[in-house]
Write a protein that binds this ligand. Sequence first.
Ligand SMILES: NC(=O)c1ccc[n+]([C@@H]2O[C@H](COP(=O)([O-])OP(=O)(O)OC[C@H]3O[C@@H](n4cnc5c(N)ncnc54)[C@H](O)[C@@H]3O)[C@@H](O)[C@H]2O)c1
Length: 259
Amino acid sequence: MAGRMASRTAVVTGAGSGIGAAIARGLAAEGANVVLADLNDQAVQAVADGITADGGAALAMHVDVTSRAQVQAAVAATVERFGRLDVWFNNAGMNAPMPFLEITEENFERIMRINAIGVLIGIQEAAKRFLEQGGGGKIVNTASIAGRTGFPSFAPYSASKAAVISLTQAAARDLAQHGITVNGFAPGVVATPLWKQLDADLAAMGAADSGFDSMAADILLGRPAQPEDIVPTALFLACSDSDYITGQIVAIEGGMILV
Ligand SMILES: NC(=O)c1ccc[n+]([C@@H]2O[C@H](COP(=O)([O-])OP(=O)(O)OC[C@H]3O[C@@H](n4cnc5c(N)ncnc54)[C@H](O)[C@@H]3O)[C@@H](O)[C@H]2O)c1
């Protein structure tokens, strides 16, 4: 398939839903071979099947991003199926809100393990493969506006996304010598299944003022994002148009926190 991602192979974690599914579809529509990695086997297979039905090249894989062995297996399967790896999206993530004074070590560790350690492992394992290929390659991380400012109802999530921003900068500094770029984007409020559980949890906490509707009400452009609003920037960061950009986080938040 022709396009900006022609003959490139990209892995997207968390591709079974929301933003990751939209990115995988967008990459495939631009000609990429896409490996869709997710915990949810049924969901990720359905997204991959949709891409294949549209004439794209897709492989669905069960991957828990907190397992280095499973991430390594995803790299190996990608290379076996498509011959090489060009782009790695660390997109899988979750939230589990708690009132600030009640946050437990367990809550903090769970969120950090998936959202931050998962990104560290993804960066490392993708970069190792890029080095085996002689350098080059792109890594794109899903941060959040919550990494730019702390939200009291989900402080561990904010901390984990600040970690994603720091990891992006540190990895960019370390990997530039090998021609590898590392960037990220920070969505604001995106209409995805993540918010269903989050809104229910926030309502149960009595913190509806940080729910989807109230946060979306403050967006300058007058509406929350749809997953498709994220795709053009994701594509830009994955293709050669962004070759001279590294260590950056692009905010995609419709005018919200403006930092
Ligand atoms: N929706 C928003 O408003 C918003 C805003 C800012 C950032 N984000 C971030 O965007 C990313 C995608 O979120 P979304 O809104 O599309 O959520 P989503 O819940 O729709 O999709 C997340 C996907 O990640 C998968 N996943 C979760 N834990 C995993 C793990 N350990 N290993 C592999 N896969 C795992 C889930 O199965 C799911 O398919 C997340 O990193 C999230 O924090 C979302």
